[in-house]
Write a protein that binds this ligand. Sequence first.
Ligand code: NI
Length: 187
Amino acid sequence: MVREIVIWPDPRLREEARRVEVVDDSVRALIADLFETMYAANGVGLAAPQVAVAKRVITIDTSPKQEGVKPLALVNPVIVKTEGETVYQEGCLSIPGEAEDVTRAAKVWVKALDKDGKEFEVEATDLLAIALQHEIDHLDGKVFVDHVSALKRGLIKRRMQRLKADREQEKAEGKPSQPQRQGTPGL
Ligand code: NI
């Protein structure tokens, strides 16, 4: 089921998501919905808080932009090691139409549970490393604009508030909302 994506600023994107105690069918259903919602929005990553579920679950599929990677679902992901530094222009499905340079680790090692509750580790570079850090930020109530200047963040916040007001009005008038342009991959 495609779920509605929460648009920033929103208190639900500021909460610390809870660890998943048992990876059961409800978690697997959430993972399926995250993939479906992410692909419907042409995104390459999505975290449960972005669909208003405060659980530590993320999905990532950077294969449209990166060769040799597979779709990943991660439950309770933890960054265990990082290496180097890189700058990448990030977008976010919760901040549609915006993109800014963010500095992050170039390489990360992440431990998580898979959809069957089995522990695994992923070693990631390039967009996958960016996506992992961006989505894990979401689980800690952070968004990519927290990594840019207060001035830029303020401007983006005002544009997002306007976008939300427009969407509310479209909804009230019964008009279908327009899909957002997205130059950078949405995370
Ligand atoms: Ni995001």
